[in-house]
Design a protein around this ligand. Sequence first.
Ligand SMILES: Cc1cc2nc3c(=O)[nH]c(=O)nc-3n(C[C@H](O)[C@H](O)[C@H](O)COP(=O)(O)OP(=O)(O)OC[C@H]3O[C@@H](n4cnc5c(N)ncnc54)[C@H](O)[C@@H]3O)c2cc1C
Length: 371
Amino acid sequence: MSTAILDDVRAFVDTEVAPNAEEFDRAERLPRALLDRVGELGLWAPFLPAEVGGAGLDMVTLGRIHEEIGRGCSGLRSMLTVHTMVSWAVGRWGSDAQRDRWLPQLIKGETFGVFALSEPDSGSDASAAGTLAVPDGDGWVLDGRKKWITGGQVADVLLVFARSGQGMSAFLVPRDAAGVEISPIPNMLGTRSSMIAEVVLRDVRIGADAVLGPPGWAAGTVMTGALDLGRYSVACGSVGIIQACLDACVAYTSRRTVRDGQLRDLQLIRRKVSDMVTSARAARLLCEHAGRLKDAGDPATIMASWVAKYYASTAAATAASDAVQIHGANGCSPDYPVARLYRDAKIMEIIEGSSELQQTTIAEEAYREAA
Ligand SMILES: Cc1cc2nc3c(=O)[nH]c(=O)nc-3n(C[C@H](O)[C@H](O)[C@H](O)COP(=O)(O)OP(=O)(O)OC[C@H]3O[C@@H](n4cnc5c(N)ncnc54)[C@H](O)[C@@H]3O)c2cc1C
């Protein structure tokens, strides 16, 4: 693990992200200057190898970076997550020409990548996606509708999944391709600053060079790998939420007095605080385990990421609920960060595989192992 970069990220979060997260949440937008700062710090895709311009950062450190950003602002962490997924997909599955065209800009954040899989009528079951890719001369025509696309409002390139005959293919679609229409989705419950959008693809003509990975086989390749990394990032971001809840509660209960004493001296408060400490540590260790397996190239990382995300996201939802409770009415106001953490934590239980999908997948693995 590289600790030098973590010190910089912590300082960035403490001075530029966390103090402004409420404002970002209210504005439902992240300032361009903040996204540029992420680029200056080299955080957009530092895991890519040096030969394509990355820093070759290990996955454990990457996870700790996403935890730190998640501690400050889940909206920014969500943006980092989807951009990470797209950058990874191009690095892993791109042709030489695609890597040359996209990676240098993705690494610097000069091009922002988004992940477009979900649709109005398909979420958990990606195989039900209705967006179509039809061969047209030496290229393709895309038609369909993608919904809930994090960062969609500021996307430069969209990684779009579409049915192409028997299977699913992945396409790198430039934002300015004719027929791409993007509309903001306002007033989301949480991660409100992540500039979510709906994307309509109407007769979008793209060349054969837009296909990423094996045509017809994107589900088991590009999609699976990108979602695994996204799940890992969300797990790490959830650890950040638990840590932020803990920090807020320790500070608040040390100031607030009740019945001639401080809130921190009440046993029932201490129980909640100790649960936050324990779940933050346990979730962090599960993430680190998944990260180590990724660094070792061990396929067991896929299940480790499911487990880490399931545990961390549900623990974050519990921690955030307890944090609001501990803050009483103050916790329900925008004057303290816990209301935002509560709304953001709920989102973590839905994205990158909902808790129910994790429960069924993890149990399935248990039976497979037993057999
Ligand atoms: C803030 C936010 C950001 C997002 N960003 C993106 C993005 O950038 N790109 C993108 O492509 N998508 C994005 N999504 C969409 C997200 O991936 C989906 O919401 C998620 O996959 C769940 O799908 P769904 O909402 O359609 O719910 P559904 O699939 O309709 O599920 C509804 C409920 O049924 C449960 N359920 C579904 N199937 C099963 C099953 N087999 N067994 C048991 N229970 C089941 C689910 O757990 C859930 O509780 C985002 C969503 C949100 C809220």
